[in-house]
Design a protein around this ligand. Structure first.
Ligand SMILES: [Zn+2]
Length: 308
C-alpha cells in the first residue's frame, strides 16, 4: 500500500512487480479512520481471489529503524504509532512499514530505472521532495530511520520560507509547489505580459504546478522560465546530493517527473556544471522513474515479500 496525504492506494503485486489488482480511497483525517481504511482496502483485495503472503505499507513519514512504527508523518494522523503490529493483528498477515521514497527506490531497483545499480538515489518531486537511497543494493535509513531528508537541504540562504520552519529549502525551489510560486513571482515582475497562466482565472493564486507544466508545453514563455528555474535548482540540488553519495543512478520520480521532457536535459546541464570535479569523474545517470505512480506500492510489496 502507498499511504499519502491525499489518498490511500492498495495493490496486489506479484513476485515480478506486476500490479494485478488495485483499490484506492481518500486518506481519512483521524488515526482510527485511517487504519480502518487500510484494513478495508486489504480485506477488499484479498476476497479469496489472491493468495497474499504479506502486507507492505509505504508511508509518507518517518518510520522507526525496526519498521514497526511511524514516528511522525506531516500529512497523516500518526504520531509515535505502532502501526505495523496494529494492522497485522487486524488483517492476520505480516506487515512491514517503510518510508514511501525508500519503498519507491526499492521498487525502481528491483523492477525499474535503477535495476542493477549498486548506489541508487531516488528523488521524488511532488508537492515537496522525498529522497530514498540504496547503498550496495541495501536501503540506507541512517542511524534513526530518517535519512536521506533531501527536500529540506538549504540551497538558498535567506530564501523562500518553508513550512518546516527554515528558509531556502530545496523543495521550495524544486517541486510542484515551487513551480507555482515561481510562476506567481514572474507574473508579478512582468505584469501585463500575455500568458496562458491566467487563462482559467485572473487570480494568480489559482496557478498550480500542473498548470505551469501545461502552459510550458504549449510554448508559454513565463511558464517555460518557471520550468528552467526548476531545472536549475534540480541540477544544483542533485550535484550537492551526488557530492555526498556519488550515486550510479539518480531516479527522478513523483508527479513532477511526468513533465521531465520540459526540464530534465536542462537539469542535467546544471548538474554537470555544479558537481565537484566536473569533467574528471564519472557522472550518475539521471533517469525518470519507470514504475511511475506505482513505485512505492511495488517497492512496499517487494519488502513485504522479503519479510514474509
Ligand atoms: Zn524546509
Amino acid at each position: 500500500m502507498d499511504i499519502g496525504g491525499t489518498s490511500v492506494r492498495a495493490g496486489v503485486v506479484d513476485r515480478h512487480g506486476n500490479v494485478l489488482d488495485t483499490a484506492r480511497a481518500p486518506t481519512p483525517a483521524g488515526e482510527a479512520a485511517l487504519e480502518d481504511a487500510i484494513v478495508s482496502a486489504v480485506t477488499g483485495l484479498l476476497g479469496g481471489r489472491h493468495r497474499v503472503t504479506g502486507v507492505g505499507l509505504a508511508v509518507a513519514g518517518f518510520v522507526t529503524t525496526d519498521r514497526r512504527s511511524v514516528m511522525f508523518a506531516p500529512h497523516l494522523a500518526w504520531r509515535d504509532a505502532p502501526v505495523a503490529d496494529r494492522i497485522a493483528k487486524r488483517v492476520g498477515l505480516p506487515v512491514v512499514l517503510e518510508h514511501d521514497a525508500n519503498a519507491a527506490v526499492v521498487g525502481e531497483h528491483r523492477f525499474g530505472a535503477a535495476r542493477g545499480a549498486g548506489v541508487a538515489l531516488l528523488v521524488a518531486i511532488g508537492t515537496g521532495i522525498g529522497g530514498g537511497l540504496l547503498l550496495n543494493g541495501e536501503l540506507f535509513r541512517g542511524a534513526h530511520g530518517v535519512a536521506p531528508e533531501l527536500g529540506h537541504l538549504r540551497l538558498v540562504p535567506g530564501g523562500r520560507a518553508c513550512p518546516c520552519g527554515k528558509q531556502g529549502c530545496w523543495e521550495r525551489y524544486c517541486s510542484g509547489t515551487a513551480l507555482s510560486t515561481t510562476a506567481i513571482e514572474l507574473l508579478a515582475r512582468h505584469r501585463g505580459r500575455p500568458t496562458l497562466l491566467l487563462r482559467d482565472s485572473e487570480d494568480a493564486r489559482a496557478i498550480t504546478g500542473r498548470k505551469v507544466a501545461a502552459a510550458a508545453r504549449e510554448g508559454d514563455q513565463l511558464a517555460q522560465r518557471a520550468m528552467s528555474e526548476l531545472a536549475r535548482w534540480l541540477g544544483e540540488g542533485l550535484a550537492l546530493a551526488a557530492d555526498i553519495y556519488d550515486p550510479e543512478v539518480v531516479v527522478i520520480a513523483g508527479g513532477v517527473s511526468e513533465s521531465a521532457p520540459l526540464f530534465l536535459d536542462d537539469a542535467r546541464d546544471h548538474y554537470k556544471k555544479m558537481i565537484t570535479g566536473a569533467g574528471y569523474r564519472p557522472l550518475a545517470r539521471i533517469r525518470t522513474a519507470q514504475l511511475g505512480d506505482d513505485a512505492a506500492l511495488v517497492g512496499a510489496a517487494a519488502l513485504a515479500a522479503d519479510n514474509a
